[in-house]
Design a binder for this molecule. Structure first.
Ligand SMILES: *[C@@H]1O[C@H](CO)[C@@H](O)[C@H](O)[C@H]1NC(C)=O
Length: 211
């Protein structure tokens, strides 16, 4: 297998152009919104607190996750093609999982940040000091690598015997699993590793918090 086919929204040329324009609009809105958040946090000194630094990280993650999926779909519609190379699909799955995992890790950290601010306001400055924030942010980013490698590796280790049509506008995991040889054990393993991944993040964030 050298490529996958991403099923587009329509065969009609006008609708394909409309689709890419709508996606372009949505993509630009996401881009501008997140860039505004980043610029505001960098420029405004009142926003130099852990919460806004974490928000800035979240904006970068958002930019990443829309950039791995939406532009390819737009380009395919415009060029009237459906194909995505095998490597492109692997990259999409890997990066998409990476951004989502790190996103969840940051949401967990931000929840902890608010917990400390509300429940232990007098200790806030000492608990959420600069070192702790950087350490938590770094572990969030790093935790994405093993988890997304494991997930993407698990999916692409499966043989594809259901054709190469992916019924989605990007290489989406459930749709990819549908066209693999439907081996319940491997799918279970895939779900299992997701569960392990999520628990590791929660445990790590929790452990850091109480440590
Ligand atoms: C992410 O958050 C950390 C922790 O607050 C901060 O030090 C870092 O500058 C942020 N990184 C970016 C790129 O926003």
């Amino acid at each position: 297998m050298t490529e996958f086919l991403l099923l587009g929204f329509s065969e009609v040329r006008e609708l394909q152009v409309l689709h890419s324009m709508v996606f372009l609009g949505i993509y630009l809105a996401g881009l501008v919104g997140n860039l505004l958040v980043i610029i505001l946090v960098v420029v405004d000194h009142h926003l130099h607190t852990p919460m806004y630094f974490f928000l800035m990280n979240l904006s970068i993650l958002d930019l990443g996750s829309i950039s791995v999926t939406v532009p390819k779909s737009m380009a395919n519609s415009l060029l009237n093609t459906r194909s995505i190379s095998y490597a492109g699909c692997v990259a999409q799955v890997f990066l998409f999982i990476f951004f989502i995992v790190v996103d969840f890790a940051f949401l967990t950290i931000m929840a902890y940040d608010r917990y400390v601010a509300i429940c232990q306001p007098l200790h806030y400055e000492t608990i959420m000091n600069r070192g702790a924030c950087v350490q938590m942010a770094a572990s969030a980013w790093i935790s994405g690598i093993p988890i997304s490698t494991m997930q993407a590796g698990n999916i692409f280790a499966l043989p594809f015997c259901g054709g190469n049509k992916v019924d989605q506008f990007f290489c989406d995991i459930p749709q990819l699993l549908k066209i693999t040889c439907n081996d319940a054990y491997l799918i279970f393993q895939q779900k299992g590793s997701l569960l392990i991944g999520v628990s590791v993040i929660v445990a790590a964030a929790g452990g850091r918090g109480y440590g």
